[in-house]
Design a protein around this ligand. Sequence first.
Ligand SMILES: *Cc1c(COP(=O)(O)O)cnc(C)c1O
Length: 373
Amino acid sequence: MKVSYSYLAEQFADPEPILAKLRESLLRHYQYTFGPELEEFEANMARYAGARFCLGTSSGTMALSMLLKAAGVGEGDEVITVSQTFVATIGSIVAVGARPYFIDVLEDFTMDPALIEAAVTDRTKAVMPVWYSGAPPRLEEIAAIAERLGLAVIEDSCCAIGGRIGGRHAGNFGLGGAFSVHPLKNLNVWGDGGFVVTNDEKTFEMIGLLRNHGLGDGRDRVDIYGYNARLDTLQAIVGNHLFPQVDAITERRIAQAARYDEAFGNPEFEGLITVPPRRADARHVYHMYMVLAEKRDDLLKFLQGRGIEAKIHYPVPMHLQPATLEQDIPFGRTDLSRTEAQCRSLITFPVHQHLSPDQIEFVISSVREFYLG
Ligand SMILES: *Cc1c(COP(=O)(O)O)cnc(C)c1O
């Protein structure tokens, strides 16, 4: 039995409905940028996220960078964030000329709010918590601390479409949230894409300018220098087509994760597999299912040998990457030992809408066999 990590072949096995939409719309009106379907996509996502505004962007990474710019973060400023993340979190900060200031994470792989205050310097402008793997960070606490300290909160909610805390959707806890619709996210398109949600009108207007070369009214007035970072109409059409499925896809992943949690929480796995604490008041959307494993590298090889595409996200944390070590990035001042320890034993098991219950049971029985024979 093969248990694949990706699902794109199955998901788009019948592309006809999407191709028909492209023929009926894009290839009739020729609005390859800023078409009516982009507006529809933005209206869909604003409503879904319960936010006042949404803007489609060329990627989740650009969504993050533009939120930082809109928050006034630039050359020489510092952004408090985590090292336990995908490179794009840090890349978006460096891209606007700022520096990441890494703090350690909690047992659930998300930012430890208790470490924020000590990380503030006179250059600190913002805090960027990450919904890592779709897990909800302690955003109510983070937002309260940031407000007291006068810092903007920008959520890296790139893998958290549908993520909620106490009924409030990701992206609504600070200045705004960045989301990705990259092919492997829970809502995905046929290439790169992303969006910003915000409730702040100034931020909405600023990012509207930034994503379109800073062009104000019409095409002839450049208000500020920006980027070319719009979401293509083509991708908005794919996104709109998949949008009605997003909750069903997410619920499939949540159910699979719940089954893994139940199995690996069993005493037979004690000291072998550690399931991170789960918040009962929040919806973790399981873009990835990650636990800590003893003898992680051997387990990974064993599972891969059985056709189970387990993975490691990621073996080397961001503060130990060559690109970080080459720069004057202020990571040495804080203790990142939990991040480092997690990276030595993190493992990701497949979860997605095209896996059957039998495949999930096969992963569980394979892990059991590896440890217990
Ligand atoms: C996917 C992801 C991003 C980047 O999104 P792109 O659309 O690929 O640019 C940023 N941060 C996290 C945590 C992600 O998972």
